[in-house]
Design a protein around this ligand. Sequence first.
Ligand code: GLU
Length: 313
Amino acid sequence: MTYVGRLAPSPTGRIHLGVARTSLLAWLDARARGGRLLLRIEDIDRTRCREEWAVGLVEDLRWLGLDWDAGPDRPGPEGPFHQSERISRYREALGHLEAMQRIYPCTCSRKEIAAAASAPHGPADEGPRYPETCRDSPRPKPGRRPAMRVKTMPGDVIAHRDRRVGDLGQDVHETVGDFVVQRVDSHWAYQLAVTVDDAQQGVTTVVRGEDLAGSTARQLLLRRLLYPDLPALETLHVPLLRDPSGARMAKRTGGYTVAEQRATGVPPEEMVGALASSVGLVAGGVARRPIELLESWVAADYGSHLSDLTPGA
Ligand code: GLU
């Protein structure tokens, strides 16, 4: 099977060094395995994303020395490459789930869900396991567009091994419960958009930050429901870069965007060398072009032996 990977940044600000490092590692994996690499702009959250940041991230990734075979600036059969231009595909997928009677409208507020005392805690991003209040009896609320939830069933069990973090198997019904695929007021949920895009763009391997490891089983469940004939998806969840205080790097953390670092005069090879040394691919203080790291990537068993050398790890 031909390797197809993707870079999938969200343009919610200028990219920080964490996004740069994850992109570098995804690039290394695709190139070391002779794969095809796509750049997909994950801009479905229209309130947080801006096109100027999408333009900025293309510029920053290119400055680092990364390239891709198809993306917003390079046509390819997998396009369009902005999620905001792929909405009809998400709507169609929702239609399929509806035809399978696997979704239902939900008008619960976050507060109502949190207040359901018996709810065991699911993964942090979903909040407590949804108590299924709207599952059998819809409760329309005037003036409020419902969210849509996937109806999970006993047997919605996913077995999956990540190349670096290992077992990501999960009983989705037990652990997460019915999760949202379309948010209130028609915003598309990340889980659905990513599943549809990875499937339709022929992605075989997902390399991304380990903060998203907990989403994998939900995405694989959606993939099984919507695209039962597709081969299994391979994943590599890589460590998250932390700032010097040990906190997870976020767009709010000032001073750590690629653009800000560039402005101080750091050459790209130095930044790439520092990013690579922060996961143990090379010794500290060396300058490298991405292409000069391919051997180290193979030696690190294609990323399954990365070290997490950032502070606080
Ligand atoms: N767009 C997500 C992010 O920037 C990545 C999604 C993914 O790789 O699945 O964190």
